[in-house]
Design a protein around this ligand. Sequence first.
Ligand SMILES: [Zn+2]
Ligand SMILES: [Zn+2]
Length: 118
Amino acid sequence: MTKAKCPYCKKEYELDLTNDYNVFGECYEIEECAHCGKEFMLSFIVDITTDSQPALCLIGESEHKYEPTTTVPIMCTRMCCTMCGAEHLPTRAEWLKILENKEETIADIPEGRIREVK
Ligand SMILES: [Zn+2]
Ligand SMILES: [Zn+2]
């Protein structure tokens, strides 16, 4: 369990980090003190649990297996290889797939977020 210390009242309390952090390294979040209710900036390091699995794409035995990340807002979605974590911006065709059954359309995606295929 992680603990946070309020910078105002100096009380410690347990943090309930339920978010699924997609970022490794240092993160910042606005946290509300459980004691005095004041908001402060909390920085924390995301813990990394190691687990190894083969990444056939890295040893040239398979193509990358790109899956869209589940990112909010949707326009920030990237394609991420499920094996090695390589990322790239979705191409127009990939965007159309990502946007299936979504409210947004390809018109909502800024040009800069669409990967050009040469
Ligand atoms: Zn406090
Ligand atoms: Zn890969």
